[in-house]
Design a protein around this ligand. Structure first.
Ligand SMILES: Cc1cc2nc3c(=O)[nH]c(=O)nc-3n(C[C@H](O)[C@H](O)[C@H](O)COP(=O)(O)OP(=O)(O)OC[C@H]3O[C@@H](n4cnc5c(N)ncnc54)[C@H](O)[C@@H]3O)c2cc1C
Length: 433
């Protein structure tokens, strides 16, 4: 059997205490619910189910947190990327309203879980700020603040001067501030959550890629290289990595999102004088550019940021130059910082920027396509997926269930998607006032 792939060389892997490897699945197991993937989604649904007394087996192809959950920027953001609350309600009615409220409460849900289980993950509920890069975007921020405030989200519109004070740069025209957001060390959260899941009674296997999923008279059968699990119900929680280990496992699901590479990078620890003027309140920040500017401090004085590329060739070196110059322009007090870590991971994107929730078949559930905002949401969704598995009527769930809709010409979409960055950059530069 092939050994599992190594953990990617992220900042988080370098600073987070290792946990002992769990065994690979061997032989035959019978369980109530099998979960495919040990990222935030798989772990949070496993925790909710185990806590309610169900037998749960989690199968992870590599190690806990190997996917997006261990590679992300760690920003805890209680909004969606481009799907606006009122548009979601217009499309999905009451269910849409419940979903928007779930998103609004998702950061509190994550930090509440971290506190309840004392998970050591460098959690800081310092707020999340979305600065606007043009006067037109300030109007969008104002509309967003109004829409989220109607759902009791703790949001506020900041003018240009308040934004400059909060962020430490006068590059932006205003901002939306949500005080329930913040940031975490994502790999530490995934590893901590895995321990809590096991303490709740679920069984985790690593190095156990599910290679096939079939329906038999006895239940769903999940086969791995050395074993199989028979389960009454299954949660596919492999998200943008659904086709990474077994392309034929759930091809329709894998083709219902477009995986896009997102690059992350961390500066060397920066001097206290810089830390005192750049985001001195330690909020997480992602702005309104299509070619997103995003960063947050980590627990060791590094600024964790990143960027996007159309062509990945020599990506790390090109991004160090691009993002270094960009940061120096935003924060002259910083100068061009040096980066000592660069890595990447797959974002699951959809054209309308909405995540997808599926009852794929009787007893087979999934949610995919976080569109870059999955940290808080995937944790908040655990109890919701558990309700679905326990038989809640679809109309009672706070998520719009839709049929799996694979993108036609998915291979083409996968190749073309990175080129959209050129369009975003053009729009960013030609933003109407
Ligand atoms: C670079 C990057 C930066 C991001 N930054 C942010 C951010 O700052 N804030 C935010 O809100 N969101 C962010 N996101 C999105 C967020 O990380 C994801 O939405 C979230 O982690 C998804 O969690 P998940 O558990 O659904 O999927 P994943 O964490 O990807 O987990 C899927 C797991 O399934 C496993 N798997 C795949 N196939 C199989 C198989 N056949 N058998 C068994 N296991 C399998 C994989 O190994 C993986 O561990 C970012 C994403 C990326 C990639």
């Amino acid at each position: 059997m092939m050994p599992p792939p190594a953990m990617p060389a992220t900042l988080w892997a370098a600073v987070t205490p290792e946990t002992p490897a769990r065994p690979a699945l061997e032989g035959e197991w019978r369980t109530d619910v099998a979960v495919v993937g040990a990222g935030f989604t798989g772990l949070s649904v496993a925790l909710a189910l185990a806590g309610r007394g169900h037998r749960v087996v989690v199968l992870e192809a590599a190690r806990v947190g190997w996917g997006a959950s261990g590679r992300n920027n760690g920003q805890v953001i209680p909004t969606l990327t481009g799907a606006e609350p009122d548009a979601i309600v217009a499309r999905h009615g009451e269910t849409g309203e419940r979903f928007v409220r779930l998103v609004a409460g998702s950061a509190d849900a994550l930090f509440g879980l971290v506190r309840a289980h004392a998970i050591a993950c460098e959690a800081e509920q310092t707020g999340w700020v979305q600065p606007a890069h043009s006067p037109g975007r300030v109007r969008l921020s104002a509309a967003r603040v109004e829409a989220w405030a109607r759902r009791s989200a703790p949001v506020r519109l900041l003018d240009a001067a308040e934004t400059a004070r909060l962020v430490g740069s006068s590059a932006w025209h205003g901002a939306m501030l949500n005080t329930s957001g913040g940031h975490i060390n994502p790999l530490a959260l995934a590893r901590g959550l895995a321990g809590v899941v096991e303490a709740a009674g679920a069984t985790l296997f690593e190095a156990s890629p599910v290679q096939s999923l079939t329906r038999a008279r006895t239940g769903w059968v999940l086969s791995t290289p050395r074993g199989r699990v028979i389960a009454d119900q299954v949660v596919m929680a492999a998200n943008a990595y659904t086709d990474a280990f077994a392309p034929r496992l759930a091809p329709a699901l894998a083709r219902s999102l477009v995986p896009v590479l997102s690059w992350q990078m961390a500066t060397e620890p920066l001097p206290a004088a810089v830390r005192a003027t750049v985001l001195p309140g330690r909020q997480a920040l992602s702005d309104t550019h299509g070619d997103l500017r995003f960063f947050r401090w980590d627990a060791r004085g590094r600024l964790v940021t990143g960027g996007a590329l159309i062509v990945p060739l020599n990506g790390a070196e090109r991004l160090k130059r691009l993002v270094g110059v960009r940061l120096a322009a935003l924060f002259p007090q910083m100068g061009v910082p040096r980066f000592d870590r660069v890595w990447n991971g797959r974002l699951g994107m959809t054209a309308d920027r909405m995540p997808r929730f599926h009852r794929v078949a009787e007893g087979l559930w999934s949610w995919i396509a976080c569109n870059g905002r999955g940290v808080a949401l995937s944790v908040a969704l655990g109890p919701v997926l558990a309700d679905a598995i326990e038989g809640a009527a679809p109309a009672e769930l706070p998520v719009p269930l839709t049929a799996v809709a694979p993108y036609p010409l998915h291979g083409v979409a996968r190749c073309v998607a990175p080129a959209l960055l050129a369009l975003y950059r053009y729009r960013d530069a030609h933003e109407p006032g």
